[in-house]
Design a protein around this ligand. Structure first.
Ligand SMILES: [Zn+2]
Length: 253
């Protein structure tokens, strides 16, 4: 995996999760110039992700002596217009392995296209070269707007739609898995302890929703422990993963 972003002015979309946090550190390591970080509030059930995104941008600024602005874009109107499903509170968050069919209730229709369009407009305004988002290979099965074909088509559309002030899209992780992102992040000293993945939005991660399970698996595959969890929580998280993997194997028999 290698992308040329050296010297490029980039507007990253950060969510407060593992992927976009690792992306921020990765882009910096490749010599990109981060102009402004954007976080979208699309009517998530909880503010937790947004608060973590804010903390992560602060950590980034401290780590690299930067002054990157963090802008929260309120798109909570989406909740009323188009968003049905678990992430905005209409349905229960599935407690199943991430790749299963049931995870589809967490789709917010056309979300990435909407976010990328707004971010691209912001990029033109700030004279940035690229918008970055952290689509990755583990998301293909559930979310079509995380696939390479979508990224390429969107990049092309944005370039055509802004011909006099070209802006493109970079999705550096589009061909790697979540476990590979964690590996890269560990190498880059990404503060994963600040990240938040749980869809339930309690005080502490539930350890049993699709994203909690996926997260636990990604750290385990690296023989690492999730630094966001207390020791006893990590023990429970590993047990939860085992339980759900067994259940999934049974279902596939
Ligand atoms: Zn959870």
């Amino acid at each position: 995996m290698s992308i040329d972003v050296s010297g490029k002015k980039i507007i990253p979309i950060v969510s407060g999760g593992i992927d976009s946090t690792a992306m921020l550190w990765y882009l910096k390591s490749k010599g990109a110039q981060i102009i402004e970080a954007l976080t979208f509030n699309y009517g998530q059930r909880h503010r937790r992700e947004i608060d973590q995104a804010q903390a992560i941008v602060q950590r980034f600024n401290v780590a690299f002596s930067e002054e990157v602005r963090h802008k929260i874009i309120d798109m909570s109107f989406l909740k009323e217009l188009i968003a049905t499903g678990a992430l905005v509170g209409e349905e229960d968050v599935p407690h199943e392995m991430y790749d299963s069919e049931t995870q589809r209730v967490t789709i917010v229709p056309n979300r990435n296209m909407i976010m990328l369009s707004v971010a691209a407009g912001r990029a033109v305004t700030l004279k940035a070269d690229l918008v970055a988002y952290a689509a990755h290979a583990s998301d293909y099965e559930v979310y079509p707007d995380c696939r390479p074909e979508f990224v390429e088509a969107m990049d092309e559309a944005l370039r055509l739609g802004n011909l006099w002030t070209p802006v493109g899209i970079v999705a550096p992780f589009v061909r790697i898995t979540k476990a590979e992102i964690v590996k890269l992040g560990i190498e880059l000293n990404v503060p994963f302890e600040e990240t938040w993945s749980c869809y339930e939005g309690g005080e502490r991660p539930c350890l049993e929703c699709g994203t909690c399970l996926e997260r636990t698996e990604a750290f385990l595959l690296n023989n690492a422990r999730d630094p966001a969890l207390r020791e006893e929580e990590w023990g429970i998280a590993v047990k939860m993963l085992e339980k759900h993997k067994k259940r999934e194997e049974k279902n596939n028999e």
